[in-house]
Design a protein around this ligand. Sequence first.
Ligand SMILES: [Zn+2]
Length: 147
Amino acid sequence: MGKNRKGGSSDSFEKVLTGKRQELLRRIEQQRAQLNNNEHEPDDEAALAVGSVEKELAMANLDRDTRTLAEVEAALRSLESGTYGICVRCEEAISDARLRALPWTRLCLECAAGGVRQVPDTRSAPRPRVLGTLEVAGTLRSRARAK
Ligand SMILES: [Zn+2]
């Protein structure tokens, strides 16, 4: 009892991740079905507009869920290979609280927040390249157009 602490905690993460994967797969399937459902043609413009908004929403959801699914699957693979819970950027252990909140995360809090550990010193950093005249003209033109 209590000897296999690591195994025990990754078991519960595996359960959470497997559940999440099933949920995502189900939702992705539903969204794909919704996107492919072109059989009933809307008969007026309002219905057509609603249909296209729903389609855009379904596409955005599908995109987001597909990305989360990839992260969940990567997390499940890292559980298998024993690298689960280690930040892929700085290789520090990700805190348990963060893993519980976001079990498929591959970045520790610092790296996810933009890499606080390697914040460049803006004063000593090289100055940004000065824009060429053509680029400036282009920027001004596109700004003028945007107004
Ligand atoms: Zn990190």
